[in-house]
Design a protein around this ligand. Sequence first.
Ligand code: URA
Length: 215
Amino acid sequence: MELQDLEQELARCSACPLRKDAIGPVGWYGNPQSPIVFVGEGPGGVEDDYGCPLIGPSGQLLDKALWATKMTRDRVLTTNIIKCRPKNNRTPDAAEASFCGKLWLSMELAIIKPKVVVALGSVALHYLGNNDMRITRDRGMWFKTEQGIDCIATYHPAYLLRLYGREQVAAKWDVFHDLEAARERAALLAPDYVFMSEEKPDLFKLFKKRVHDYL
Ligand code: URA
């Protein structure tokens, strides 16, 4: 199966109750050939509006961190565990993450076959690793996903945005080092791949605002 076919199936998904409160499922963005995939938690309001993962404030911070580590969003692939925005931006629980992740993310990863996955924050870490892992303790450490892919976790950009002062600076450096380690490993395993374009893509030009179809 191709990623485009999966995208069409995802657009029709109504397998769980989260779908009815969202404008629609939000899939992935980037290059399907990418040896590195970034996995966030789930769409927020801006992502639901535009149908693009990590396009809102968290995504903009991620873009800066990627640029600093010589990657651009069009050359990597970004996606989420949960495809439909939970009402009021609530954090999805482990059962919701597991249900949606098994249905969609596992298929995406099976098609893309990345060399490296980066888990952004605890929801992604718990799904890709296990529920006993802790982002503050286990970020920056390599482990294998159930599908046998090298995975490293780092702080979610929304967490960085909630911090201030020295704590924020220290956490941003941690993320910088984690992303650098991830790119280096992916580059080692896919030596000819180009991880960066000359400019960052403007996602607001590439994605149009969606309208609610009130299922
Ligand atoms: N946070 C995420 O984890 N993913 C998004 O797409 C947006 C915010």
